[in-house]
Design a protein around this ligand. Structure first.
Ligand code: NAD
Length: 345
C-alpha cells in the first residue's frame, strides 16, 4: 500500500521533498500547499501534484482560480486524505501548524527551522531511524546538523566516544532568496556556542559537541571545519577514516588537488554534472587531502549543499514514522536508488 504524503509549504525544501517522494514506489504525493497563486504553482501543475491552499478560508482558495490554477481546497481537506504531512513551511511556524496536524490526527514531520522541543524527537537516517519508528511526529534536523551527523556518527560508532569542536561557515542566503545577507561582510553568530553542534545531540546524545558559526557572502554551500578528539585506543588512521567514510552512505570523498576541486564552486559544478534537478548534491562532500589524524585529534573540512542534503532523509523519515522499513541502511539504499533512477543519474 502506498503511503499518502502531504507537503505543507512548496518552497525550497518542499518542492524537493515532493520530487523525492514522487520518485519512490512505496509512497505518493497526494497534494502540496501554496499560500496563494505564484510562479511556484506552475511547478506543482507541471508535476501533476494536486494544489491546495495553506489556509482554509474561502477567499484565499478562490484567488487560485482567479489566476488560472485549480485549487483542491484548504489544508484541512489535504490533511484528511493523507497518512503523513511533511511540514516545509518557513521556520518558527511550527507551533501553529502542529495544532492543525494534531486536530487532523495525522502523522507529522517538521524541518530544522523548528526547535527539537516542538516534537521532542528529531531525526537523521544514520543516527536514530530506529528511535523514530512508528512515532506520531518528529523533526528532520537542519542541513548543517544532518551534515555533521553523516560523518560523526560512524566515527562515534567505531570509537564509543567523541569530543568535537567545529565551525560552520554558512552561506548567507539560498540562491533564490533576495532578502537575506550579508553581501559584503563576514557575520559572526554571537550566540556562542551556535545551535548547530548541540543540535547533533538531539539525534546522537552520546557525542560531545560544540560549534561556532559565521555567515559569509556566498549562496551555494556551507562549509564545516571540524576538530574531533578520539579516545585512546581508537585504532584508526587517516586512511582508515577515509575508508570508513567511503563506505558511509551519502558521503562523497574526493581529492581536491588531484581533481581540481578545491572550492565549493567546483563541488557544485560537479554536482550539476551528476544531473539531479536544481543541480542538487544530496551527499556531504569531504576533501580527502583535507583530512588529517594527528595522534588522537582529527582535522577535516566538509561542504554541505544546504538546499538538498536533508531531502533523502525526509523520505527515510516517512518510512520510519509509518513503520514500513525498520532498517535505516535498507531505507537509504531504496531512497537513493529510486532518486538516481528518477533523474537517470
Ligand atoms: P521557503 O521560504 O523556501 O519555503 C517555505 C514555503 O512555505 C513557501 O512556499 C511559503 O510560501 C510557504 N508558507 C508560508 N507560510 C506557511 C504556512 N503557515 N504553512 C505552510 N507553508 C507556508 O523555506 P525553505 O528554505 O524551504 O525552509 C523550509 C524549512 O526547511 C524551514 O524550517 C527551514 O529552516 C528548513 N531548511 C531549509 C534549508 C534551506 O537551505 N533552505 C535547509 C534545511 C532545512
Amino acid at each position: 500500500m502506498s503511503i499518502k504524503v502531504a507537503i505543507n509549504g512548496f518552497g525550497t525544501i518542499g518542492k524537493r521533498v515532493a520530487d523525492a517522494v514522487d520518485a519512490q514506489d512505496d509512497m505518493e504525493v497526494v497534494g502540496v500547499t501554496k499560500t496563494g497563486p505564484s510562479f511556484g504553482c506552475d511547478l506543482a501543475v507541471k508535476k501533476g501534484f494536486p494544489l491546495y491552499c495553506t489556509f482554509d478560508d474561502e477567499d484565499r482558495i478562490a484567488r487560485f482560480a482567479e489566476q488560472g490554477y485549480e485549487c483542491h481546497g484548504g489544508l484541512s481537506a489535504l490533511l484528511a486524505i493523507a497518512d503523513v504531512v511533511v511540514d516545509c513551511s518557513p521556520g518558527k511556524l511550527g507551533a501553529e501548524n502542529l495544532a492543525k496536524y494534531k486536530q487532523a490526527d495525522i502523522k507529522y514531520m517538521f524541518q530544522g527551522g523548528e526547535k527539537h522541543a516542538l516534537t521532542g524527537l528529531s531525526y537523521t537516517s544514520s543516527a536514530n531511524h530506529a528511535e523514530n519508528l512508528n512515532a506520531q511526529g518528529t523533526r528532520v534536523v537542519s542541513c548543517n546538523t544532518t551534515g555533521l551527523s553523516r560523518t560523526l556518527v560512524p566515527l562515534y560508532e567505531h570509537c564509543g566516544s567523541l569530543k568535537v569542536e567545529c565551525t560552520m561557515v554558512r552561506r548567507a542566503a539560498d540562491p533564490g532568496d533576495s532578502k537575506k545577507g550579508p553581501i559584503n561582510a563576514i557575520k559572526p553568530v554571537l550566540k556562542v556556542p551556535s545551535h548547530h553542534g548541540p543540535d547533533v545531540i538531539t539525534v546522537k546524545p552520546e557525542i560531545e559537541i560544540n560549534s561556532l558559526a559565521v555567515a559569509v557572502p556566498t549562496t551555494i554551500m556551507h562549509l564545516h571545519t571540524i576538530i574531533a578528539d578520539l579516545p585512546d585506543g581508537h585504532g584508526l588512521s587517516t586512511e582508515s577514516i577515509l575508508e570508513m567514510w567511503s563506505n558511509t552512505p551519502r558521503v562523497i570523498i574526493m581529492h581536491g588537488e588531484d581533481n581540481r576541486i578545491t572550492t565549493t564552486a567546483e563541488v557544485m559544478e560537479m554536482a550539476r554534472d551528476i544531473g539531479r534537478k536544481w543541480g542538487d548534491l544530496h551527499e556531504i562532500f569531504v576533501w580527502e587531502d583535507g583530512v588529517n589524524l594527528i595522534g588522537n585529534r582529527l582535522y577535516y573540512f566538509q561542504a554541505i549543499h544546504q538546499e538538498s542534503d536533508v531531502i533523502p532523509e525526509n523520505v527515510d523519515c516517512i518510512r520510519a514514522l509509518m513503520g514500513t522499513e525498520p532498517d535505516w541502511r535498507a531505507s537509504v539504499a531504496k531512497t537513493d536508488a529510486a532518486i538516481s533512477a528518477y533523474y537517470n543519474c
